[in-house]
Write a protein of this length. Structure first.
Length: 383
């Protein structure tokens, strides 16, 4: 349980502009829009936008995690005084010992929310704890063939990273942070409120649990600097245009020893001059002569990897007809195994724009011998 006092004070749903009944998808959509509008890269030097961006990131860090969101809702429902009930025993009130319920469930919830005043079974109450870094969004353009086959590539972005000078400690090289004497390194102090003991962030170290006497000149004690980064990654085979890939731990660094956020890479796939895609199937249009379509033939069909395959078209093949070449589409690896798409070939019957004398004579002979009535003839008989 990672509840903090700010959970009581901040309405994360309001911050993201969503309701308590919003789905995970709706919350994610709202966060992405706000984060995109408020991102520091789009608002250089705008301190107001930067603070709002931090608030939005903090809100999504909780509401975007199913477990944290559930805990947040429970904490907000209870309120800082346990639902506003009488803190003492006696008529009309209630009293209970949080320590007696530390085995799990509501006891864990209340024990962490109200700190326990150092009286829990472990002998110490939880501090503000490590904080996960924010997620970072980036875009990557890949070629059609690379999206189908997969590729190892690098992303170049400017984002928060561990300070290269102090390695994230925040302290000037040659020095180190010292344990805060006010909170004993816990990051919180106990605020006794009658029956309960509310743990609040230490005002001396601001919840860090340590004090930096000599701050790093590069990051000014934050342990984080904004700088260009190269992120190498493997784009798996079969990715689609508009798909987002999550790279664990490649986002902004965490605070107070917390884990880094994730890097969310949105892919843009450039179109191919000849091939298309429908799900896991590749599509291609192949020209076929009138004679081959009428009499039937074996034709060469290109594939994305460059090796053509032979397709047998039957006599009387119609323009626009589609034919399947099995297992020549997109190959993807899933949890259930390997999935293989097909190559869907559309026949385009080519009509010559000019005919020589021999060709014209042959077509005229075909027309004379044809037993198929034209639409005009059919209409004349019908009338």
């Amino acid at each position: 349980m990672t509840a903090q006092r700010e959970w009581f004070e901040k309405d994360y749903y309001k911050t993201l502009g969503v309701s308590k009944t919003s789905t995970d998808k709706e919350i994610k959509k709202a966060y992405r829009k706000l984060a995109g509008d408020l991102h520091p890269d789009k608002n250089p030097g705008n301190s107001v936008a930067e603070e709002k961006f931090k608030d939005v990131s903090a809100a999504y860090d909780v509401l975007g995690d199913e477990t944290k969101r559930k805990e947040y809702d429970e904490v907000r429902a209870i309120g800082p005084m346990g639902g506003g009930g009488n803190r003492g025993g006696g008529p009309g009130g209630f009293s209970f010992n949080v320590g007696d319920m530390q085995g799990g469930g509501l006891g864990d919830l209340l024990g962490n929310v109200f700190g326990g005043g150092g009286r829990n079974r472990g002998g110490s109450s939880a501090g503000v704890g490590p904080r996960r870094g924010a997620d970072v969004e980036a875009q990557l353009t890949v070629d059609f063939e690379d999206a189908v086959a997969g590729i190892e590539t690098s992303l170049f972005l400017t984002a928060d990273a561990s300070c290269s000078t102090c390695s994230g400690s925040g302290a000037r090289p040659g020095t180190s942070p010292k344990v805060c004497q006010n909170c004993g390194g816990r990051g919180v102090v106990d605020d006794n409120q009658g029956f309960f003991a509310m743990s609040t962030p230490c005002h001396v170290c601001n919840g860090a649990g340590s004090i930096i006497e000599y701050k790093c000149d590069t990051c000014r004690g934050t342990g984080i600097e904004r700088r260009p980064r190269e992120v190498k990654t493997r784009i798996p085979a079969g990715v689609k245009d508009g798909q987002t890939i999550r790279l664990k731990g490649r986002g902004s660094p965490g605070r107070h020893g917390g884990p880094a956020g994730d890097l969310l890479v949105q892919l843009k796939v450039t179109p191919h001059p000849r091939f298309g895609r429908n799900g896991d199937d590749l599509t291609v249009t192949v020209p076929v002569s009138f004679a081959d379509a009428a009499l039937g033939a074996e034709i060469d069909v290109p594939t994305l990897n460059g090796s053509p395959v032979t397709l047998r078209v039957k006599p009387g093949t119609q323009p626009g007809s589609r034919h399947r070449v099995k297992d020549k589409g997109v190959v993807r690896t899933t949890k259930s195994g390997t999935k293989r798409g097909h190559l869907i070939v559309t026949v385009d019957v080519v009509v010559p724009s000019e005919l020589n004398e021999a060709q014209r004579a042959a077509v005229e002979a075909f027309a004379a011998a044809s037993t198929v009535e034209s639409s005009d003839e059919a209409d004349g008989k019908a009338s």
